[in-house]
Unconditional design. Sequence first.
Length: 243
Amino acid sequence: MSTYDLTIVAPVYNETGRLEPGLRGILSYLDTTPLVAELIVVDDGSTDGTADRVAELTVGRPDVRLLRLPINKGKGFAVKTGMLAASGQVRLFTDIDLSVPIAEATRFFELCQGETDVVIGTRKVAASNVTVHQPRHREILGEVFRQMTRRLFTPGLSDITCGFKAFSATAAEKLFSESVIDRWSFDVELLFLALRYGMKIGETPVTWQNNPDSKVRLIVDLPRSLVEMTRVGLRWGLGGYTR
């Protein structure tokens, strides 16, 4: 039986420059939400004192856990570590910069009930509200990746890479125990598997703002993601995932 209604997983890597506002925002949410909620911060091998600062800001809080990875493994691996350590009935991951306001977690919890296994935020529908856009070149490259993965791996889903997604406990344990992609394109693998396992995926519009300090390097990450997704397709075709 789950101890918490909601687990929030926040991966961090060398975040001392932007850690505190986001972390305090999540802690404030934990203090005010009617849900019984916990936060798991997964430090992905930071070298700038991020983990120590998280520990300082969360001392004495039994609803916060800090998991430290000894070396940098990638956002996907960090999220996976947190999701599999979670005990919430619903498990949501978010970026520490809170590009999507953390207050949205309550709505995602409510949507991820009943028959809905996965709820993903989308910036690509009319009801969404993008308050600060990415630079034009990043939007173009991101759209190329989105359209390609949507056609080949995640048909019917409008926004694959928005970093605000919730999973039922059952879906989280199934998907993250199967996932093998450790870095940026891990979202695509998760949704690819969710579709093929027949899980119900809900999309909902979000308010979102770009953070100029994003660690995503599209010139490097996009080609690597294409290689990773080819690996996922081959792995599925060869029976590497549990059917």
